[in-house]
Design a protein around this ligand. Structure first.
Ligand code: AMP
Length: 412
């Protein structure tokens, strides 16, 4: 019998479950889908069988993640690729926070679950949801290898000078306060794909990756290893995002509490859910912001300018961190689609070797591509991210044919 080659990727949120089934031997997607509003009366499952192109939708209450995954399993069975298939090699789980403990994808056992649980205080929103997904999947297929792929893992190579805040280390260490970084799966994939686009070995290439989605982060990657990233203890630090403020003076928080009379929970919600582009102008979708700017809307124009100003500061900072930069890569929803953001982020940086060719920048494509003029010293690229493929690839490398069967390096 040939060895199994399919990997199911699960990305479990507090009330959602996103999934993809991939065939790693033939390098193709078999099914993709999403269950939303789990636990509400208005739950919804949308499933697409990629091979046939059929999409099926299911509306109606789905009580919990257990019921959600069972519904997904039924949909996969209808397409002949069910969870009971002997061709399923493993399930790969996105886990947001691996702390300093998990530096590589890791086969999940009870000890690993306990450690992910221990990290809940630094990831109170994400890790519990990821754990629910893992437990549900394990109960459905206890015999199958389950692999955790951590958003933080790619950033564990950051030097202490970038990873530490300027805090008393006794306090920082007691409460595990340091800069962990997130979106690591995307930064890893995009930095490698950028090297591939340049026809060079990732080990020889220095890249600034700009992951600009609803959440947004930048990273400085030297020879395939992350040396700095803009998100910190949590995904709140760094760039202006859809609804998160990114960097601000920490004294803003004291001020809101002491002078504004807001509770810590209210401030948390304000900074994570009601700030960023949304807080500035009432919209967090860059398409809508661009449309409003075209109509002369001043609040949208100011929100765009603040977003771009912060982005340019990080590009400049990471040029200094890296010393030599070979490429700047734009990715995720905004980075891949918003030509105006790319143009404004790079405009006037010729003295740093950076330029964008207007014609190339205007091309719409799902392919990785260069948008800098041939003469530019630093390549500027658009490189579509694919976090699910990266999770599946890392999972398969660990458990598939020829992969290591051992646990990853989990030294703290
Ligand atoms: P992500 O989190 O990577 O899925 O990115 C989602 C964000 O991408 C949305 O909130 C939009 O701001 C942005 N986006 C998606 N499509 C476009 C587009 N065609 N033009 C500009 N922005 C876009």
């Amino acid at each position: 019998m040939t060895s199994p080659t399919r990997v199911l990727v699960l990305n479990s949120g507090s009330s959602s479950l996103k999934y993809q089934l991939l065939d790693m031997r033939h390098d193709r997607r078999l099914a993709v889908g999403l269950v939303e509003r789990i636990g509400e009366q208005t739950s919804r499952l949308e499933h697409t069988c990629v091979t046939s192109g059929d999409t099926r939708e299911q509306d109606g209450p789905i009580a919990d993640h257990d019921a959600a995954l069972k519904a997904v399993a039924e949909e996969l069975s209808r397409d002949g690729v069910g969870l009971d298939s002997p061709d399923l090699a493993a399930i790969g789980h996105r886990v947001v926070h691996g702390g300093m403990f998990f530096t590589e994808p890791t086969v999940i056992d009870d000890a690993v679950l306990t450690e992910i649980e221990r990290l809940i205080p630094v990831a109170p929103l994400h890790n519990p949801a990821n754990l629910t997904g893992i437990r549900t999947a394990r109960s459905l297929r206890p015999d199958l290898p389950q692999v955790a792929v951590f958003d933080t893992a790619f950033h564990t190579t950051m030097p202490e000078s970038a990873a530490r805040y300027a805090l008393d280390p006794r306090i920082a260490d007691r409460y595990r306060i340091r800069r962990y970084g997130f979106h690591g799966t995307s930064h890893a994939y995009v930095s490698r794909e950028t090297a591939r686009l340049l026809g060079r070995d990732p080990a020889d290439v220095n890249v600034i990756v700009l992951h600009l989605g609803n959440g947004a982060s930048a990273s400085a990657v030297r020879g395939g290893r992350c040396v700095d990233t803009s998100m910190g203890l949590t995904p709140l630090e760094g760039l202006v995002m859809g609804t998160r403020s990114g960097d601000l003076d920490p004294a803003v928080i004291f001020h809101l509490e002491r002078v504004g009379g807001m509770s810590m929970d209210e401030i948390d919600t304000l900074l994570n859910k009601r700030s960023g582009l949304f807080g500035l102008c009432g919209d967090n979708d860059m398409r809508e912001i661009r449309r409003r700017i075209d109509e002369g809307d001043e609040a949208a124009a100011l929100a765009f300018d603040i977003y771009i100003h912060r982005l340019r500061k990080y590009i400049g900072a990471y040029c200094a961190v890296l010393g030599r930069v070979d490429a700047v890569a734009f990715t995720a929803g905004v980075g891949e689609n918003a030509a105006a953001v790319r143009e404004a982020a790079i405009a006037g940086l010729e003295s740093m070797g950076l330029a964008v060719d207007a014609g190339l920048n205007a091309v719409r494509s799902r392919e990785a591509r260069l948008i800098s003029p041939a003469s530019a010293r630093v390549a500027v690229a658009v490189v579509p991210t694919d976090e699910e493929l990266e999770i599946a690839t890392q999972t398969y490398a660990l458990v598939g044919t020829g992969g290591k069967e051992e646990l990853g390096n989990t030294s703290e």
